[in-house]
Design a protein around this ligand. Structure first.
Ligand code: NAP
Length: 204
């Protein structure tokens, strides 16, 4: 599959490397072309599926550079978190409670099929869930069932078992998925490792 990965940070490079290993045709997007990156617009135009791996506070800016016309009708897998480090650590969330980056993107690009996923685990775990022992859960949400199914196939390619993928419903579920980061940061502090995840185990 032709895939555009927007973002040159640890997440973008990790996801792009894994997708290439799986045989996908990947272009990495950046604000400026570099050794292994093309402009956001070129990466978005290339992708049948596009990953947003840019900072949550700048995602709308990055996607604006990618261009609505290059994203139109496509599945956009959004892994961003709205972490605001401007007041130091721990970061606050630049959007929360009754809105989320996932929804901001969906509102700004109404004919894009936004699927929020992978934002609740560290980059290495995104593409190698086996780093965390045992069963554990990855969340997805979005308004389009077909888009979520397509994202789910990519997740399974990354190594997530089908029954580990928990569909939380429409894109408004991105609020909880993004606000979970405040808990994730505490889990990181308490365990001393970013290689961690939670399992949702429904009772009867
Ligand atoms: N780190 C993790 O393990 C992890 C885990 C889960 C979720 N996330 C989320 O995944 C996303 C990516 O994280 P990251 O640590 O890999 O990278 P990052 O440093 O948050 O983002 C890097 C990307 O953002 C772009 N960018 C920065 N400022 C911009 C601006 N003003 N306008 C447009 N684009 C701009 C950069 O463009 P250039 O290429 O031009 O520099 C770069 O491609 C974030 O939202 C993060 O919260 C991270």
């Amino acid at each position: 599959v032709k895939i555009g990965v927007l973002g040159t940070g640890v997440v973008g490079t990790t996801i792009a490397a894994k997708l290439r290993e799986l045989g996908h045709d990947v272009l990495i997007g950046s604000r400026s072309a570099g050794e292994d990156a093309v402009p956001f617009a070129d990466a978005a135009a290339h992708g049948e599926v596009v990953f947003n791996c840019t900072g949550g506070m700048v995602s709308l800016e990055a996607l604006g550079l990618a261009g609505a016309e290059n994203l139109s009708g496509k599945v956009l897998v959004d892994v961003s978190n709205p972490l605001d480090f401007s007041k130091g650590r721990p970061p606050t969330l630049s959007v929360c409670n009754d809105d989320s980056v996932g929804e901001q993107i969906q509102r700004t690009f109404p004919d894009v099929h936004v699927v929020k996923t992978l934002n609740t685990v560290t980059a290495a775990v995104m593409v190698q869930p086996g780093l965390v022992p045992g069963r554990h859960t990855i969340f997805v949400c979005g308004n389009d069932t077909g888009a979520k199914a397509q994202a789910g196939e990519l997740l399974q390619g990354f190594g997530w078992p089908a029954d580990a993928i928990l569909d939380l419903g429409d894109i408004t579920a991105a609020r909880g998925m993004e606000m979970y980061l405040t808990l994730w940061l505490r889990l990181y502090g308490a365990t001393g490792t970013a290689v961690l995840n939670v399992e949702v185990r429904p009772g009867r």
